[in-house]
Design a protein around this ligand. Sequence first.
Ligand code: FAD
Length: 394
Amino acid sequence: LPAFDPMDPAGIDDLLSADELAVRDSVRHLCAERVDPYVADWFERGEIPDIRGLTKELGALGVLGMHLEGYGCAGMSATEYGLACLELEATDSGLRSLVSVQGSLAMYAIWRWGSEDQKETWLPRMAAGDAIGCFGLTEPDQGSDPGGMRTRARRDAGGDWVLDGRKMWITNAPVADVAVVWAQTSDDPADIRGFVVPTSTSGFSAPEIKHKMSLRASVTGEIVLDGVRLPADAVLPDVTGLRGPLSCLNEARYGIVWGAMGAARSAFASALSYAGEREQFGRPISGFQLTQEKLANMAVEYTKGVMLALHLGRRKDAGRLRPEQVSLGKLNNVREALEICRTARTILGANGISLEYPVIRHMNNLESVLTYEGTTEMHTLVLGQALTGQPAFR
Ligand code: FAD
């Protein structure tokens, strides 16, 4: 029999192909070399120094828009993309957010709904990490219910678009070169369109949001649109309505199903190793039944979460993944990852609250992950509707 691996208790690695393992290893290697040694410091300082250089390195590795075909994208499978998300988030949810927003939100929106010209202009540069993208849907007064957005796009007499409004909590916005911004083009809530906005356009600004206690190694900003004038062809031509942004969110949520388990793995590994070394009452705390129960439950939930992610990944690769199934995965995996981090924190005692260990950083990060890309409550209602046929959103 193969040896028991505490970091893969059920032997899930056996279900992965050599190519999939190679992708995972290459991302793990970049994280170990380039980010792991520094990320606690970045979190403490609330910044990613040289985010452009880091983004280029991620581009060179092929992880930006890695599951998209053509236009300089790597064209890998959904399962490979998921494995990459797990590794990135085992380093920090902020790093995974950078990659998710770039590939699954900004690039996917252009790739799926953009014109040939928009694709050729932006996708190769974004895949290479030469241009950073962001995705503006949430507003100060519209979060879970984006259908009531106030950002407006109107056409002037010459056919140009003019955008006015405000977006809030937008990952990467202060450092982005291009923003995919969703705006309403009439008073009819069905008339929501996406716009590809170079951030250098006059009237566009993206002040940084400070004082976050979560996802500190990630840049977050507002987007202020003050008479932003765009040519007629700045609109994403192929989609109208909430279907546009929701299709992108579904891609990013899929990555979170995997990513959350990365944060969980890092916290679990930290707790397991700490429990073996820390002695109280004359023996390692790993020898106490109460600690073992915690570790056993963490191993069980981690294993179940990765199995679920892999199953959903295989469905996505087969073209059979439904949005409700992504909701099921995000709901379970973020919830259980948070629980794993909280339990790991108790095992580390006072050290559990220190940035010398990764646990509290992951735990705080996951509080954002619980809320963005659809809150836990929203995914519960999606699943509730799928189960009962009754929408309970309003
Ligand atoms: P609200 O919608 O006001 O919800 C508050 C609470 O009420 C939640 O618990 C919610 O579940 C609950 N609630 C709301 N409606 C119901 C209901 N019908 N039934 C039961 N409960 C309900 N957005 C972007 O567009 N782009 C980004 O790049 C981006 N990055 C982000 C990065 C970070 C770090 C964070 C924290 C957020 C980011 N967001 C981004 C915003 C995120 O998507 C929103 O915060 C999220 O959609 C929730 O919206 P809200 O914060 O306005 O909460």
